[in-house]
Design a protein. Structure first.
Length: 135
């Protein structure tokens, strides 16, 4: 008599694979927005740090010349690695002596275009965010 040998089939069923894909999708739906928010906040901290450096350079320039520098080149500020720069920086200064004032601006850029996250700092060190793109 011939005996049949049954081999146990191993592997995953389609239902098991679909459940795993669904779990991965749920985890990705939760993790990706959080990651994007952390990335946005990291870029903002870069802008705040650079604005603080601009303010320090402006104060040093003011101590020497009794007026604020009109351009970033005047105060000797430049951003390293401009090919991967998240923000573009600008500077506006006016007056001399006790009426001198400046405002430095950092605007978020993507593909060379301003995308709306704008930070400013003035001579008193007041840092403001007019449009915050991070949640």
């Amino acid at each position: 008599m011939l005996s049949r040998i049954r081999r146990k089939e191993t592997g995953f069923t389609l239902i098991e694979l679909m459940i795993v894909v669904a779990i991965i999708g749920i985890l990705a739906a939760i993790a990706i927005p959080n990651f994007m928010n952390y990335q946005c906040k990291a870029k903002q901290s870069e802008a705040k740090s650079n604005l603080g450096n601009i303010r320090t350079a402006e104060e040093a320039y003011y101590a020497e010349k009794d007026s604020y520098g009109a351009t970033l080149g005047d105060i000797g500020f430049s951003v390293k690695g401009t090919d991967k720069q998240s923000y573009s920086y600008g500077l506006a200064a006016s007056g001399t002596g006790t009426t001198a004032a400046f405002t430095a601006t950092a605007g978020a850029t993507a593909g060379g275009k301003l995308v709306g996250d704008v930070w400013t700092i003035n001579q008193e060190g007041a840092l403001t965010n007019t449009t915050n793109k991070c949640q």
